[in-house]
Design a protein around this ligand. Structure first.
Ligand SMILES: Nc1ncnc2c1ncn2[C@@H]1O[C@H](COP(=O)(O)OP(=O)(O)OP(=O)(O)O)[C@@H](O)[C@H]1O
Ligand SMILES: [Mg+2]
Length: 268
């Protein structure tokens, strides 16, 4: 993969529905793109800290993390850590205290702009910056959307998956109209795809009918390796590189990259 010249494209991983694969996708798409030679930063903007622990970073041990950046107590650069054995992958870790941000910054002026300011000084050092959002449409997700160029929406193909989707799409439109006119939906990703379940295909069809080519051709099947690897602090590529989980995220990374090249060509 050629290096397209660092531009620091920011992509939020968002869906207010819990447990749909936001973090799994953030970690494994980031790690796969890093493996393919892209310089990647993953920002863990969820107080649960699953992206941080999933990459082997214990938030409790660290002095600086995203919470301090939000409070202006720490420079972005000094809060970022390099992931062991993955030279192209860095993480801006989180901490459970980040929960407080939702309340503490509620009355702050331009309260949706913090993430944008946090990323501004380091943006151009990376090819892509992914923000893992919490399962809500609160201030943290709002900040991620206001700072992002685009959004990836992971969707689990089950009955209730489509519920809440219109609310998410409305929020994205609202952020675009009010704060950030760059914002677009980068892609909708079908996760935990289960071939044995008829409903999976029905939901997938509805999503493709609605979102058309915005839905990635690659879908991520249910794979036990993907659920095991976070407890080892490793992306699936380093945990079991031949698993279907690893191969699926690698194929997503390639599709993602092809789309980027294509949109750059049309921009020119
Ligand atoms: N393709 C998959 N196959 C098997 N298990 C998966 C897959 N994707 C995610 N999981 C598991 O499902 C659970 C939820 O996934 P994940 O944490 O990525 O979702 P999330 O949207 O980030 O959740 P939250 O909303 O709580 O942040 C996790 O235990 C994860 O390991
Ligand atoms: Mg998560």
């Amino acid at each position: 993969m050629e290096n397209m010249g660092k531009k620091g494209k920011v992509i939020a991983m968002a869906n207010q529905k819990g447990g749909v694969g936001k973090t799994t996708t953030a970690i494994n798409l980031a790690a796969s793109l890093a493996f393919l030679g892209q310089k990647i930063l993953l920002v863990d903007s969820d107080p649960q800290g699953n992206s941080s622990s999933g990459l082997g970073i214990s938030c409790q041990d660290r002095e600086n993390h995203l919470y301090h950046c939000f409070l202006g107590e720490s420079e972005t650069q000094e809060s970022i850590c390099q992931i062991a054995d993955q030279k192209n992958l860095s993480l801006l870790p989180t901490h459970i205290d980040l929960i407080g941000v939702e309340v503490e910054l509620m009355a702050a002026p331009r309260r949706e702009r913090f993430m944008d300011q946090i990323l501004a000084p380091i943006k151009t050092e990376y090819d892509y910056i992914f923000i893992d959002c919490p399962p809500s449409l609160g201030l943290l997700t709002l900040n991620a959307l206001a700072a992002a160029d685009s959004v990836i929406i992971p969707m689990q193909c089950e009955y209730f998956a489509l519920e809440g989707l219109s609310q998410l799409v409305r929020t994205i439109r609202l952020v675009k109209n009010s704060y950030n006119d760059r914002l677009v939906i980068e892609g909708v990703l079908l996760t935990m795809f289960d071939r044995r379940n008829k409903l999976t295909f029905q939901v997938a069809k509805e999503l493709r009918d609605h979102f058309k080519e915005t839905v990635y051709d690659t879908h991520i099947p249910r794979n036990v390796r993907l659920s095991e690897c976070p407890s080892h602090g490793l992306p699936v590529l380093l945990y079991d590189k031949d698993s279907t989980g690893a191969l699926s995220y690698l194929s997503l990374a390639k599709e993602f990259y092809r789309k980027q090249q294509k949109s750059r060509r049309t921009e020119k």
